[in-house]
Design a protein around this ligand. Structure first.
Ligand SMILES: CC(C)(COP(=O)(O)OP(=O)(O)OC[C@H]1O[C@@H](n2cnc3c(N)ncnc32)[C@H](O)[C@@H]1OP(=O)(O)O)[C@@H](O)C(=O)NCCC(=O)NCCS
Length: 165
């Protein structure tokens, strides 16, 4: 970690929490950093209200510096990570890893058994991240992105959770 940056991962002001409706502006701002496909304000607001969308944010001293959206589908036991972005100044401190672990824990608690996502073949940072967290390639997605870029589908089995009571 660069010595000049604060230790975000040990910062007591850092929280990984479910998003609230008033996070919409901050999430939209983060999503403009996403390489390639952009999300509209309307989509963000919708994700924050529909039960099939599960939105997590990383908040640092009251500022949203990362977000993850995962989707569930009625009748399916597969969770899909739809979007993950961390603000450039907050990268490299483990926030993406913590957001993914929050999503995995929530999905497993909802009795989902697999979590999947798509990633650009040339997105080195994201591919290393998912590799570290044991996501495996399950399909190649040629021309998957709007600009014609190739993608990969990655999946991971979720641990089954035994419900108490
Ligand atoms: C990809 C992204 C979410 C990573 O966020 P982050 O908070 O910096 O990631 P973390 O600090 O949790 O990193 C966890 C692991 O990911 C990998 N990783 C993260 N950034 C990396 C980079 N720039 N280069 C190589 N590996 C990287 C490493 O394995 C790292 O573990 P390590 O620190 O023990 O080596 C962030 O760079 C981002 O928002 N990029 C733009 C949006 C995007 O590409 N989203 C993913 C779309 S599928």
């Amino acid at each position: 970690m660069p010595a000049s940056q604060p230790a975000i991962d040990r910062d007591p002001d850092l929280r990984i929490r479910p998003a609230r409706p008033d996070d919409a502006g901050a999430i939209l701002q983060l999503e403009t950093l996403f390489p390639g496909d952009r999300m509209s304000a309307r989509s963000v607001r919708r994700f924050l209200t529909v039960p099939s969308a599960h939105v997590w944010v990383a908040e640092q001293a009251g500022v949203v510096v990362g977000n993850l959206i995962w989707l569930s589908r009625r009748g399916s036991r597969v969770a899909r990570i739809y979007s993950l972005v961390v603000a450039p100044a907050a990268r490299g401190f483990g926030l993406a890893e913590r957001l993914i672990r929050a999503a995995e824990t929530e999905a497993a608690a909802l009795q989902l058994i697999v979590i999947s996502l798509e990633v650009r073949v040339d997105n080195v940072a994201a591919r290393r991240l998912y590799d570290k967290l044991d996501y495996a390639e399950s399909a190649q997605l040629p021309g998957f992105y709007e600009d014609g870029g190739d993608g990969l589908k990655l999946t991971k089995a979720l641990p089954s959770m035994v419900l108490a009571g």
